[in-house]
Write a protein that binds this ligand. Structure first.
Ligand code: SF4
Ligand code: SF4
Length: 280
């Protein structure tokens, strides 16, 4: 994930709000589709809003997009999220044009802008605003168009009801942070328990086996084998817990098809509450 310190290397060094003017206009890209046909790795990460929009554009469910190799799941900062599959260019690129242009993912809308989170240290940021936690920046090394035109950030994004969308992005970002912390906590607790078991004395392990009602098993297996079995079991349980968290998030926000006749933001808020209750 991009850090605040990396910004000077890739941007013009400025941060923009949605109402600032920025030299990002690519004049309709003039037949260039470099962004869409290059292998961008797993960088075009899809938010639940992107998923809703892709369902509107294609009528396809998450599963159908996944099995159609249009999207894929990737591990990012310890959690699993979907992204456009870009290894052979984007599947939505047809004769140099984006088939889902009006409903393209947020990252596609932004380009050549980027978005950075956690800029609370910036004293100019008003914390009471929905957008307080992030700002936009202009990537200077990616798009070759010379003499880009000035555009207002909100016009460039072209998202209906940007304030609602910004509020959603903030909630989503905070939620994925929570998910990462949750996964890290499970890992840390397991690491501590594994370390404890690795260094446990024979006497303490025998007591431990007794507490678990496994004195007989301990006597049959002996100190070394019983200890190894417990360590392996700790690790397995931890991986299962982590998988459950990751799967639950994908199920609530992506797998469960959105009702495109209903407002996205309401559906998201309901799913957020349910998912938080399920993984807490
Ligand atoms: S590289 Fe620039 S001009 Fe080419 S498709 Fe991307 S944004 Fe458009
Ligand atoms: S969704 Fe559209 S804009 Fe985004 S990478 Fe694919 S073709 Fe390009």
């Amino acid at each position: 994930m991009l850090r605040y310190d990396d910004l000077n290397d890739i941007s013009d060094g400025k941060l923009y709000t949605e109402d600032d003017m920025v030299c990002a206009g690519t004049n309709g890209c003039n037949g260039c589709s470099k962004c869409c046909e290059s292998d961008m790795g797993n960088t075009i990460v899809l938010t639940p809003y992107d998923m809703y929009e892709l369902t509107v554009a294609t009528g396809k469910s998450f599963d159908e997009l996944l099995t159609g190799l249009i999207i894929e799941l990737s591990m990012m900062d310890g959690i699993v999220l979907p992204n456009l599959k870009m290894s052979e260019g984007c599947a939505f690129l047809e004769s140099g044009r984006c088939e889902v242009h009006a409903h393209r993912p947020g990252i596609c809308r932004l380009f050549p802008l980027g978005r950075i989170y956690n800029v609370e240290t910036d004293q100019t940021v008003k914390k009471d605003r929905a957008s307080a936690a992030f700002r936009y920046f202009l990537q200077v090394n990616e798009c070759p168009v010379k003499n880009k035109t000035e555009v207002k950030v909100r016009d460039w994004l072209g998202i209906e009801d940007l304030e609602k969308n910004t509020s959603f992005i903030n909630k989503w970002h905070r939620f994925t942070d929570f998910e990462k912390r949750k996964v890290n906590t499970i890992r840390e607790m397991t690491d501590n328990e594994v370390k404890r078991l690795e260094n446990i004395s024979e006497k303490d392990l025998e007591v431990y086996a007794g507490i678990l009602g496994e004195t007989d098993i301990y006597e049959i297996k002996g100190y070394k084998d019983y200890k190894e079995e417990k360590i392996a079991s700790e690790k397995q349980t931890s991986e299962e817990k982590i998988k459950k968290v990751l799967k639950t998030v994908i199920a609530y926000f992506y797998l469960d098809k959105y009702d495109i006749e209903r407002d996205f933001y309401q559906q998201f808020d309901i799913r957020l509450k349910k998912c938080l209750a399920a993984i807490r």
